[in-house]
Design a protein around this ligand. Structure first.
Ligand code: TYD
Ligand code: MG
Length: 459
């Protein structure tokens, strides 16, 4: 075997490779993320890693037959939705997220459901001992004998076990603890993580095993983040959420077998993760009744409308430069909307501090919430109380016009379902929204129209 050792520098954020150290990564613009790693360019022993690749020539597209069993449901509706309708056999799914967000818990629940359906499932952990996993499993519920556990970090051993056991689904928790002997750098380094994923990819495709990989998102340190392997896997899911709030959001960032717009909403309970069937109701919990500076808007997350409360607080600034803060939405967008209010509506905000918040810790960047942000700011600045049965959505352009948004009818229907009486929406959506008999639909062509509505419908 020809061995030739050299060192290169990798960005731990995005995996950018460089022969010398750099302060800022040219790839992802992160600072101080380069770490030196030894890579040995070993001529791999014959056949290694290639054993599963079947040699075949080109095939006619029309000759490829699809089998019936395309997708397997996990019995967790929210996860199936994000995956695009269930697990595609032989796919490699990366589940990323901050440590402690609930990745292991979710995947253990998936294992349980698949085992109950009669699949052979193997949970491989490099982080926790068998007893620790058992303790977690006790909290989640009953498990049957189709689920096996393994504590292992050496990928060659794992490959051997998978060849013997031939499971249908495998969970690798986490990719940052796995290592391959032929790579000389430490587990968690960019080259290890990449090589490990490569091997898992070959196993998934060659043996037709569905593999879930856990990847911790790391802020700093010598552990490579999941972004370095996003391009290798079939599906990338990120688990987000405020660690202080109990709900968690599963979002697809890449999906070779489905849409990337869908989200799944979960709540962390003491018995594991529960699906949240109606996120709007969940998000609006504990909303203040009839107070100024608050209005509900609707954002589409994939095919699902979610209602959120937008809050604004505008007060006199005690400093020369007013303070502006946006939590849960785009800061620049909020500044832009305030500039439109200043210039086009004539509301003086230049000497005011303004704080905008999406209640519940949700992150929403869809322009459809523009109108609600603007109305919340006006409501707080002018102390106009907007009744809590009013919902508003619409995009705002730089000349103060209220622009069309997609799926207006669905947003109105969601508001109706949750007991709202009035919806302020763009004039251009008039044709796309059917006649809702028992809802008051107020159409606004310019932002001024919407402001005059909220002045009129005071409680
Ligand atoms: P975990 O799945 O270990 O996170 P990750 O694998 O992403 O690092 O989740 C750990 C957190 O979840 C921990 O803070 C405790 C909490 N938790 C519950 O609240 N209820 C439960 O039933 C379980 C199993 C965990
Ligand atoms: Mg874990």
């Amino acid at each position: 075997m020809l061995k030739n050792k050299k060192t290169v520098f990798f960005c731990q954020e995005c995996g950018y490779e460089s022969s010398k150290w750099m302060g800022q990564c040219p790839g992802c613009k992160a600072w101080n993320t380069f770490v030196e790693e030894t890579v040995s360019t070993v001529k791999k022993s014959q056949g290694s890693g290639k054993a599963y690749e079947k040699k075949q020539g080109p095939v006619l597209l029309s000759d490829i037959r699809l089998s019936e069993e395309e997708r397997q449901t996990t019995n967790i509706g929210e996860l199936d939705r994000v995956l695009g309708g269930g697990i595609v056999p032989g796919s490699l799914v990366l589940v990323g997220g901050d440590p402690g967000i609930g990745k292991s818990t979710l995947l253990l629940q998936v294992c349980r459901n698949l085992a109950q359906k009669g699949q052979k499932v193997l949970y491989i952990s490099g982080e926790e001992s068998l007893r620790q996993i058992k303790l977690r499993a006790e909290r989640i519920g009953k498990f049957n004998e189709n689920l096996k556990l393994l504590c292992e970090t050496n990928l060659e051993n794992i490959r051997g076990v998978l060849e013997r056991e031939k499971p249908d689904t495998v969970v690798i928790d986490s990719i940052q603890t796995m290592f391959h002997e032929e790579v000389s750098s430490a587990p968690g380094s960019v080259s290890q993580v990449r090589e490990s994923t490569n091997i898992l990819m070959q196993i998934a495709k060659g043996m037709g095993i569905s593999i879930f990989i856990v990847g911790h998102v790391t802020k700093e340190g010598n552990v490579a983040g999941p972004r370095v392997l996003e391009h290798m896997v079939d599906t990338v899911l990120y688990f987000e959420g405020d660690r202080h709030a109990s709900y968690r959001i599963l979002r697809a960032v890449k999906n070779r077998f489905g849409s990337t717009n869908e989200i799944g909403v979960f709540e962390m309970r003491h018995t594991g993760l529960e699906e949240v069937q109606n996120p709007s109701e969940f998000m609006l919990n504990g909303r203040p009744a009839d107070s100024s500076g608050s209005i509900v808007s609707c954002s589409m997350e994939g095919t699902r409308p979610i209602l959120v409360e937008i809050q604004a607080l505008v007060c006199q600034s005690s400093f020369g430069i007013p303070r502006r803060t946006a939590v849960g939405t785009d800061f620049n967008r909020v500044n832009l909307l305030m500039a439109v209010l200043e210039k086009k509506v004539g509301i003086h905000l230049a000497a005011s501090d303004a704080y905008v918040n999406i209640a519940g810790g949700m992150k929403m960047t869809e322009p459809a919430i523009d109108l609600a942000i603007a109305l919340a700011v006006v409501s707080s600045a002018k102390d106009i109380v907007i009744p809590d049965t009013v919902m508003a959505f619409g995009e705002i352009g730089l000349s103060g016009e209220v622009r069309a948004v997609s799926m207006a009818g669905q947003r109105v229907a969601e508001a109706k379902k949750l007991g709202f009486h009035t919806v302020i929406l763009p004039e251009v959506c008039r044709t796309s929204v059917g006649k809702e008999t028992d809802m008051t639909l107020l159409y606004a062509a310019r932002i001024q129209d919407a402001i005059s509505y909220i002045r009129k419908i005071q409680p």
